[in-house]
Write a protein that binds this ligand. Structure first.
Ligand SMILES: *Cc1c(COP(=O)(O)O)cnc(C)c1O
Length: 411
């Protein structure tokens, strides 16, 4: 299978860079991967998907890997798009869906991005990779690097959820806890580049993780019969998923799989008020975000106080007629429990914030009752034992049973 990549393009000033060698950023800002979409339109037909396996590799023509031997996969399956009538009804909405990314390898959608990033590293012959992480990106990178037989280094804040610490180490990554936030970890990766000779897999500092996350948008369109929802709620940290989906919709229009100039979803970037740099910039009408001070949230994937792709997130949100909004940190746990109780889906704390946003947007009538809403459940709640913890009522096996108390759930 050939690659249809033509070049890389600076997102900040449009400069073209060659795509046949490893690239990082241009003027400290991210690069877009550009394809010959006219050529893809000629050879790639929707009907071809019928015979392809249900993994993100089914969209191979729209992905950058040229060498079949370079594909590193853990079987990144298409994730279910689950109707959520009970959750919708709670907010007076009739068409709410959750795209459940918790079912991907390593339990989060970070696998989509890392599958592509590590495959491209393999294609370029890179043997050593490093990443700063708020948690799941490290776990996914460690797993894919192990799968590819690469040496991996992971740097994470010392209070990163325990599961993320364990999974990185158990996948063989040289893993370190840093007494700081993800941007402090990012500095260590940057400083080590020369001396350690590793390739930096930081969010948006290499161009291919976005291409992996783009497949969320491709899958969503396919699952909805090549239509798009009215609103997408996306828990936003570094923003790769939101940026990637917006790019996916654009490319689908250009290859003629979606109507050109057709209706796009209003993209909602959701954060916690414990770490809301994108929301702050959005509210001020700015294109670039400032470092959010004292970032703290149980939704660890949202604990990104500064994002190199800030303007790409904000551009997409504004172009879509969407919003950026923050949910109160102290309410996240309640939204998580509500989502899990009403639908049985393993709602991670990041996505719980989106349920809070759904409440607010439905109340404001910014979302109308019959509009189609898709919420991305970006990870499995089971990766967050600290955020999940509950106290269960205890039964004494030697005492008579109180059935009324049991019927009440032990309350
Ligand atoms: C990383 C992460 C996010 C944020 O994703 P971005 O695409 O970087 O904004 C949200 N949820 C979970 C579970 C994550 O791991």
């Amino acid at each position: 299978m050939p690659s249809y990549v033509t070049h890389l393009e600076s997102a900040i000033d449009g400069t073209h860079l060659p795509a046949d060698c490893p690239q990082s950023m241009h003027k400290d800002r991210p690069l877009w991967v550009r394809y010959d979409l006219a050529a893809i339109a000629k050879v790639f037909k929707k009907e071809m998907l019928r015979d392809r396996e249900p993994t993100l590799w089914r969209y191979r023509e729209l992905l950058p890997v040229a060498d079949d031997q370079a594909v590193v996969t853990l079987g990144e399956g298409m994730t279910p798009l689950l109707p959520c009538p009970r959750l919708g009804a709670k907010f007076g909405l009739n068409d709410v869906w959750v795209k459940d990314e918790s079912q991907l390898p390593t339990g989060s959608f970070k696998s989509r991005g890392q599958a592509l990033a590590i495959s491209m590293c393999k294609q370029f012959g890179i043997r050593r990779v490093a990443v700063p992480t708020a948690g799941n990106a490290g776990g996914a990178m460690a797993a894919y690097a192990a799968r590819a037989g690469m040496e991996a280094f992971v740097f994470m804040p010392e209070d990163t959820p325990a599961i993320n610490q364990f999974e990185c180490r158990l996948s063989g990554a040289k893993t370190f806890l840093v007494n700081g936030l993800i941007n402090d970890c990012g500095r260590i990766v940057r400083e080590g580049k020369e001396r350690m000779g590793w390739f930096d897999i930081s969010t948006l500092k290499e161009p291919y993780r976005v291409e992996g996350k783009k497949t969320m948008g491709l899958e969503l369109a396919e699952q909805l019969g090549w239509t798009l929802p009215d609103v997408i709620l996306y828990p936003t940290g570094g923003g790769t998923g939101l940026i990637g989906m917006w790019k996916a919709f654009d490319e689908l229009e250009q290859i003629g799989w979606l109507p050109k100039g057709g209706k796009r979803p209003r993209m909602v970037a959701v954060q916690s008020d414990g770490c809301a740099p994108i929301v702050t910039a959005y509210d001020k009408g700015e294109r670039f975000a400032e470092l959010f001070p004292n970032a703290a949230t149980i939704a660890s994937g949202l604990r990104v106080p500064v994002a190199v792709g800030d303007f790409m997130i904000l551009d997409a949100v504004r172009a879509s007629g969407g919003r950026a909004l923050a949910v109160a940190e102290r309410t996240i746990r309640c939204w998580m429990e509500l989502g899990m109780t009403l639908e049985g889906i393993a709602i991670c704390p990041e996505t719980a914030a989106c349920i809070g946003a759904l409440d607010q947007l439905a109340r404001e009538a910014w979302i109308k009752p019959d509009e189609r809403v898709v919420i991305f459940n970006t990870g499995a709640v089971q990766k967050y034992p600290e955020a999940m913890a509950v106290d269960l009522p205890k039964l004494d096996k030697n005492q008579p049973l109180n059935w009324d108390w049991i019927a009440a759930g032990g309350k």
